[in-house]
Each structure stands twice: as C-alpha cells, then as structure tokens.
Ligand binder design. Structure first.
Ligand SMILES: [Zn+2]
Length: 482
C-alpha cells in the first residue's frame, strides 16, 4: 500500500509540473492553503499587520484587509501547527482576534522565537519587540477591521514587513522547512533519526532518514513496547526509516488520496487506492486518474451507473470495466474528528482486488436485481430521515448492513459487517448459519416490535436477496440447498 501511495504522489507531482528536487516546489508541498477547502470557501479575508523598518528598529503602521488570493499561498506561507501551540509561521486562521493575535498564535510565535539570525536585513527579535510594544493598538485595529467583515466570512492574520509578505523572506521559509523536518523525527520528546542509512520506501542509502513518518499510521510508534523485544521510540528509525524525499512524495500522495479517492461506506469511509501492476507509464496512469476524477464530477459522470454503496461518487463500476493491469486496495477507516483530526483508525485493509473481480461482483448483482421477486418489491427511499420515494430492491452493501448495523454507540456489528465485506471482495466463504442468525434476529425484532407487515416483508426479502447474492458468487458455505 505504501508503494501505491508513493506512486500516486509521484504521478500528482508530475501532473502538477512539480519537481521534488526544486526547493521552491518543495515549499509548495509543505505549506497549507489557509482557505483549505476550495469546495466550501471559508477563510476569505486576510488581516495584514503592517510593519515598517526604520533604522534598526521596526514601527507598526496599521492593519489592512485583503481578499484571500489562491495565487498568493506561497506568500502567506501558512502552515498549521499543533492545536495548542503556535502555527509554524506568523500566519494564522482567526478563531477570535484576541486569542489568535495575543494569546495563542501571532504574538506567542514571536515570544517563542529561538532563531535570532539576521536574514535579508530583517531581525525577528526586533519585529517581535515592535509587535509587543504596540500590542494594544494592533489589537484595537484588528478588532475594528474585523468588525467590518461579514460575520459569515472567516479571516486569517498575517504580517507584511516593508510591504512584503512573510513568504517573501527567506528566514520564514527556512524556519518552515526545518520545522517540517522536525515533525518527521521529533515526537514524544524523543529524537529519532540517523545518517547514511537505507530508506525503507526507496531502498536507497540517504544522508538522513527519519523515524516518525506516519503516512496513515501504517506504522505507529505511539505505544511504548509496541514492538516486541523491547522498543525505544528513539529507535523508530530502525524499524521504519524514511528519507525526506519519500516522506514528501508520500505526503503529496496522501493528499491526492484524501481529496479524490475517499468514499463513504455505511457509517465508515474507505480509501480506494489503485496500484499499477506493471509500472505503467505516466499517460496510462493519467487516463485512470482522470477517469476517477471525472466520475465524481456531476458534469462528466457516466449516467446510470450501478453502485454497491449509497455514495453517489462511488467509482467501483467504472473500475470494474478496467483491464487487469492495475489492482485496487481498500482501506476502511474511521476518523470521527475528520481527516486532519487526532483520531484515525484503520479498520480493514482489502488488498489486490482486480477489476475482473469487481466485474464479477457487479455481474452477479445485476442477475439478482433482475429477479421479479425483488424488482416488484418497492422499498422506501429516505433522505434526512424523510421518505422521498420508492425504488425496487437492489443489491448493495446496505442490504448486508441492514442485518449487521450499528445499534448504538456501545453496541455494534461493525466488525462482522466489515468481515463479510472483506469476504465478498476476496472470495472467501461466509457461514450460512452464522449469517442466518442475524437475518432472523432482525425479522423477529421487527415482528415483535409491531412494525408494519410491509416493513417485515422488505426485511425478509432483503435477507433472501443477500443469501442469493452470496450463493451466486459462490461464497455461501452451507450444507443446505438454497
Ligand atoms: Zn526514500
């Protein structure tokens, strides 16, 4: 999986005309877009604190509002830091003006300054003094400008020194690069890196390798004693050493996966990660990735697509039509606080699924969907808990989820559900009696709780449909004749 993500990263860099060995392009990979979510514009206003150099000292000369400009993200040089600490540079998203400017981000950034090198004639210590000395005035001016902004729009605070943005000074860029590297080798108060060792990902001997590269936590050193035989976090580089170049390409690949290969799945999410089997060239990769991107865009999406999930962006049918020069890897996960959040649990990997397997799954779905008994069964369709219509029963993973649901926060059949999903993809046997218990339980519950006969009938047919489907793809293990 890690190679597949690296390949996607390489593809995306080439597609965007970027070169990882070029330091400007490297910077582009490291910075965050303060607006962050292009699909839902949010941080639209930039509050700029103006600082001017006079002799050796700096003077504060006011606050300006600018419109956010996507072309300027290199200049804003925003990089999110830890939630409780400052960001990596003095550019920060505003929560409240008081907090962001004075208490948590901008002023504290200068208070924590460790680097006092002069660079391009600017002196960070003196700039910090200037901001500190004019704290009250700056706060007033920021609040005044902020009150002019539409309440629905969010804003960002940054600086301009002598008319130039933070990202136009080398010193801030250098801090950004060094701090970003630090994240790869410094954690839990431990330093884990080595010189002249082999990188786990590219297999090359590299000047520096780092121990805390955790793309999707494939390998995690959160827990002391995680590796048997005694394990010290500072020795993490010995288990999973990664060079800077690979770490960054993985970061690009991860971003592409998050943005384009991320799908909903009945209370979970999954990443669908294509892996090219024979080192395909750039053009054939591009063809696949364009197809995937287009299928998720209502303007280009193929109409009348069959689906296995409720996610309208699902691309499985399109993938099932590909030749077997690539395979698919599914990573089911939960991230209750979002992808950037602190919780990310991998629930299941399904690896090396060929398009021909998916095609078989879709072909059998069509066969089952065609059966009159299911076609004639009209099941209600809900949106936001309201009934919006009726459609014929069709096989999808929702049918399976009907019988293996999440019942409450503490009671759930998630594990069984994912286990059977895995077996469907990988052609492994499902025990008939085991499954039957859950089907019967659901139907019995509905009956006992006085649900309408319609509802009980639909559940019964869903159970029958599930058994039929599993039987058709030859994974139902039973001595009974169905
Ligand atoms: Zn490497």
């Amino acid at each position: 999986m890690i190679e597949a993500i690296k390949e996607i990263g390489k593809y995306e860099l080439k597609n965007k005309g970027k070169n990882i060995d070029n330091s400007l392009d490297l910077l582009h990979i490291l910075i965050d877009d303060p607006e962050s979510n292009p699909k839902k514009p949010t941080y639209k206003k930039i509050l700029v604190i103006l600082i001017k150099k006079v002799g050796e000292k700096y003077e504060y000369s006011g606050v300006e509002i600018e419109e956010y400009d996507g072309e300027k993200i290199n200049k804003y040089l925003y990089k999110q830091g830890s939630p409780k600490g400052t960001d990596i540079t003095p550019t920060s998203r505003v929560t409240t003006i008081d907090s962001t400017f004075e208490k948590t981000k901008i002023l504290p950034w200068f208070n924590n300054l460790q680097e006092i090198n002069l660079d391009e004639g600017i002196n960070l210590v003196n700039i910090g003094d200037c901001i500190r000395n004019n704290k009250e005035q700056i706060l007033n001016d920021l609040n005044e400008k902020h009150s002019e902004i539409d309440k629905k729009e969010k804003s960002v605070i940054t600086l301009k020194i002598d008319g130039k943005y933070v990202g136009e000074y080398n010193i801030f860029k250098r801090i950004l690069v060094e701090e970003s590297k630090k994240g790869l080798y410094s954690k839990y108060g431990k330093i884990s890196k080595a010189e002249n060792e082999f990188c786990y990902v590219c297999n090359e001997r590299k000047k520096d390798v780092y121990g805390f590269v955790d793309t999707y936590k494939f390998y995690t050193v959160d827990k002391p004693g995680f590796v048997s035989g005694g394990f010290h976090q500072k020795d993490a580089w010995k288990v999973y050493p990664v060079c800077l170049n690979c770490a960054l390409v993985l970061e690009v690949g991860k971003k592409y996966v998050n943005d384009n290969l991320n799908f909903n799945f009945y209370g979970f999410n999954y990443f669908l990660i294509p892996k090219f089997i024979n080192k395909e060239g750039y053009e054939s990769k591009k063809e696949i990735f364009k197809l995937i991107e287009n299928q998720q865009d209502p303007k280009f999406a193929k109409k009348e697509v069959k689906r296995f999930t409720q996610d309208e962006k699902e691309i499985l049918e399109v993938m099932s039509e590909q030749k077997n020069y690539l395979n698919m890897n599914f990573m089911f996960y939960e991230a209750p606080k979002g992808l950037g959040g602190s919780v990310f649990n991998i629930l299941l990997y399904v690896e090396d699924i060929l398009p021909s397997r998916l095609k078989k799954l879709f072909d059998e779905k069509r066969e089952v969907d065609k059966m009159d008994i299911f076609k004639e069964c009209m099941a209600p369709v809900f949106k936001d808990k309201k009934k919006i219509g009726e459609v014929s029963l069709e096989f999808n993973f929702g049918i399976l989820r009907t019988f293996l649901p999440k019942i409450s926060k503490n009671r759930t059949y998630d594990k069984y559900f994912l286990d059977i999903v895995n077996k469907i993809f990988t052609n492994k046997q499902v025990n008939y009696d085991f499954l039957m218990q859950f089907i019967m339980q659901k139907i019995r519950d509905e009956f006992v709780n006085g649900y309408s006969t319609d509802s009980t009938k639909i559940s019964t047919l869903k159970g029958f449909m599930l058994l039929n489907y599993l039987n058709n793809i030859n994974i139902l293990k039973t001595n009974k004749k169905i």
